[in-house]
Design a protein around this ligand. Structure first.
Ligand SMILES: [Zn+2]
Length: 270
């Protein structure tokens, strides 16, 4: 339907693909199909120094799952994903589990068919299930549209009082795909009592831009180069650092090694 939808569905689950996930399989399917591998990837990032791990639920809202094999099972899937991350987090004291929630992949009215009520309900359901599964905080990530994020926050607030972080993808340089600037995003989101705001996905926040080889996206920013970007973000004031598409445990290891102690770090879903 929308540019947004195509973009979101192209987010490559590069780590899972290296672990054998076939092209076209949604990463969330592995919560049920390959739970040991989901736990294994969490463990690899914790071992690489991540302090916050993200549940495998980026596309886990009922709206995103509608046409998947697990349509109608959003509550169960999100709860289980949170449990898997929670189990993995025991590997090191202090590791936090963040419940990842990406966009619906739909456009809101009047540009598209999604109503604010339907969006809020989907995020309420997802947040409730993630909290039931034991997450420490919630994360809305890779958002492009302010109205969708506002509806999501409203729904989440009905389900949970957990700390909520919100990040947008300013993948058009200084704007999101929907034309939103960071300044406008902060003006709209910061007063809502969120625990953190930020940016994810895009040139310097991924392991570079993907080069397509057949259907497979290859990210060509090496771990050392990405650690250099991480340093620059910290120098610019960022207090939570992570990676997004293409970020491997090796990238994480390089970033955590490069950054001074006491910084909180987290990893991206993909
Ligand atoms: Zn990304």
């Amino acid at each position: 339907m929308s540019h947004e939808q195509r973009f979101v569905e192209r987010l490559p689950a590069t780590n899972y693909q290296q672990m054998g996930m076939a092209m076209g399989v949604a990463p969330e399917e592995w919560v049920f199909d390959e739970p040991d591998k989901v736990r294994g990837l969490h463990a690899a990032f914790i071992d690489a120094g991540a302090d916050i791990i993200l549940t495998d639920t980026f596309g886990g809202s009922s709206l995103r799952l509608r046409e998947s094999r697990y349509a109608g099972r959003a509550t169960e899937l999100n709860r289980r994903a949170a449990e898997l991350a929670r189990e993995a987090s025991a590997a090191r004291d202090g590791v936090l589990v963040a419940g990842s929630m990406g966009p619906t992949g739909m456009l809101m009215e009047p540009l598209g068919e999604l109503t604010a009520t339907a969006a809020a309900d989907a995020y309420r359901e997802q947040a409730a299930a993630l909290e039931e599964g034991g997450v420490d905080l919630l994360l809305l990530e890779t958002f492009f549209a302010l109205d969708e994020a506002l509806a999501a926050i409203e729904g989440i607030r009905r389900a949970s009082t957990l700390p909520l972080a919100v990040t947008f993808s300013f993948d058009r340089g200084t704007r999101t795909m929907m034309g939103l600037s960071p300044t406008r995003m902060v003006e709209a989101i910061a007063p809502l009592g969120v625990a953190a705001i930020g940016a994810n996905c895009g040139r310097s926040l991924n392991a570079g831009l993907p080069r397509m080889v057949g259907d497979v996206a290859h990210y060509e920013t090496g771990p050392a180069e990405m650690a250099d970007y991480a340093m620059r973000f910290v120098q610019a004031g960022a207090r939570v650092i992570g990676g997004c598409c293409g970020t491997s445990p090796e990238h994480m290891r390089c970033m955590t090694a490069a950054l001074s102690g006491g910084r909180v770090r987290f990893r991206g879903q993909d």
